[in-house]
Design a protein around this ligand. Structure first.
Ligand SMILES: C[S@@+](CC[C@H](N)C(=O)[O-])C[C@H]1O[C@@H](n2cnc3c(N)ncnc32)[C@H](O)[C@@H]1O
Length: 281
């Protein structure tokens, strides 16, 4: 855990050593498993990095930072082409665990249905035709008026990895409202983001990812990268996401700043883990 990690509110349960041993063993077994499905590299549209290694890294974060359990009911918003889902097939309980993935990109959902759902029927994938300038420019549903196709209070764990890093603030607020509706009390959101704090904004470390020279857009809260389309990488003022989570009844239990800003951390993007309060909103 990085030194920049802040913990407050209800602490995620500290796993006993036996659990940590089990987690380490499981991650090792998954890493050596040569039979997990892997999309053709040319069809991977969810970012650079090794598909399997990134998925495995996040499985570790979901368990160790987020408190994910094998029997959890998981929603993966912006599931892409199954980078998170593939390693989760090795962790979620075949009978009690459930996974639902949703994304606007048809090809990603088709691949996941073919290579994941066929072997793991507790993994379901759904395409939603949400418009996005880069991922789904002809989409018919506006992200500003979105209702996800699930009933209230169904999920224990919601994943949004590298998703709000591509959304405008009004859509982020809609999504977080939906997460507040969909999580069971005590359920958790695991979300990654680019939080543009003073260290990141001024590149105080001198080691910020050179691709992310964010510039503030107007009065904020957005930061974009000059010469890139605005939604290629979106940062937010520090505090914007914290307040948005609070407003929808989610208490931030972990905020851990990532090494994209040039400071030491065990993950690249910034991570929020937020818990749905007992009474909801
Ligand atoms: C950088 S990729 C990350 C994919 C996946 N979460 C992962 O980490 O492998 C961003 C994903 O967000 C999806 N996306 C874009 N706009 C979206 C929206 N409005 N709602 C849900 N997903 C969206 C894209 O289709 C894409 O799969």
């Amino acid at each position: 855990m990085s030194e920049t990690a802040l913990r407050h509110g209800s602490e995620p349960e500290t796993a006993p050593l036996a659990n940590e041993d089990r987690t380490r063993l499981l991650l090792d077994v998954i890493q050596r498993n040569r039979f997990l499905p892997h999309p053709d590299p040319d069809s991977v549209f969810v970012g650079d990095g090794d598909f399997k290694a990134v998925g495995l890294e996040f499985l570790s974060h979901f368990i160790r930072m987020g408190g994910l359990r094998p029997e959890s009911r998981v929603l993966d918003i912006g599931c892409g082409i199954g980078r998170m889902a593939v390693p989760l097939t090795q962790y979620l309980d075949f009978e009690k665990g459930r996974y639902s993935g949703i994304d606007p990109v048809e090809g990603g959902i088709a691949w996941c249905r073919r290579f994941i759902t066929q072997a793991y029927p507790n993994f379901a994938f759904q395409r939603v035709d949400i418009a996005h300038d880069l991922y789904n420019p002809k989409g018919k549903i506006s992200g500003k008026a979105l209702k996800l196709p699930y009933a209230d209070r169904q999920f224990d764990f919601v994943i949004m990895t590298s998703v709000v890093t591509h959304l405008p603030p009004d859509e982020v607020l809609v999504y977080l409202g939906e997460v507040g509706r969909l999580l069971k009390p005590g359920g958790r959101l695991f979300m990654t983001a680019f939080v543009v704090d003073p260290v990141a904004a001024a590149n105080e470390s001198g080691r910020r990812d050179p691709r992310l020279a964010f510039e503030r857009h107007g009065d904020g809260p957005c930061w974009f990268v000059a010469d890139l389309p605005p939604l290629a990488a979106v940062g937010f003022d520090d505090g914007f996401l914290d307040k948005a989570l609070e407003r929808v009844g989610l208490a931030t239990v972990l905020k851990s700043l990532g090494h994209w800003r040039g400071q030491a951390a065990e993950h690249y993007q910034d991570v929020f883990v937020a818990e749905c309060r007992a009474g909801g909103r």
